[in-house]
Design a protein around this ligand. Sequence first.
Ligand code: NAD
Length: 284
Amino acid sequence: MGVYAVTGSASGMGAEVAEKLRAQGHTVIGVDIKAADVVADLSTAEGRKAAVDGVLAASGGTLDGVVLAAGLGPAPGAERPRLIVEVNYFGVVELLDGWHDALARADRAKVVVFASNATTTTPAVPGRAIRAMLAGDSAKAVKATRLFGKNAPAMAYGASKIAVSRWVRRQAVTARWAGAGIRLNALAPGAILTPLLEKQLATPAEAKAIRSFPVPIGGFGAAGQLADWVVFMLSDAADFLCGSIVFVDGGSDAWFRADDWPRAVPARRVPWYLKRMRAFAERA
Ligand code: NAD
């Protein structure tokens, strides 16, 4: 049986994941701002450090897998963009950095990060905010979303999930992560009926936008089903999964972006492609 850390374990999909892992006999160290084994506020650097240390102490130094489900949705509010950037992006990458060595100590450790189909279905997300997060500059990222007025939370949300997805894909293939046997992947849910979505549905303007959003299969996803995907991505069956963003969204991403991916490397990038081939062959 394994030892797993789950952030956002007090509610929604994180709570479902924690319950399913415990039911299988695993040890779960839950992290949340309330009602968790490690209570920590992931919107601050001190809280993130406390989460890293608390989990390492409780785990005994080895983690078979971690699930990063803590997150905030794009609800209205002046403070929201900052909280979204801090929790959804830095609350993932700083924790993973702190837990890296404990994951490397396990045999074929698995990481599942919660992204979102907001990555590919929210229009006009500012690239400057995404780049700022990837460069570690939260203040700049928040500032780049504020230009959008009342749409700032939606822009911060889309940017945080794109940035974290890119971080996962960039890091997953490196010697530090893949080379240490750690499988780093993300799940990109669509609208899933959890307290996060229920809160949005309680606001008439947001409810209208959510209900008119194209979902080809219809309705909302179930938190328990998404948790089953996570448990699968933590299992031996996922040993060959590396750097993938798995969309489970009722078809919204395909509705908007059917022809955007998969896409061949364009002819003008063939020199870059050959360089990448050589770089892999020369890896230490
Ligand atoms: P939820 O609101 O039910 O749970 C989120 C958890 O994160 C809560 O327990 C909350 O306390 C915790 N959290 C929030 N701020 C925190 C902080 N500062 N410090 C520590 N913990 C904090 O949400 P959910 O719907 O289960 O979402 C889980 C993840 O899935 C999130 O990352 C969310 O962005 C993502 N997601 C959700 C949906 C959806 O429709 N529900 C869709 C796509 C992606």
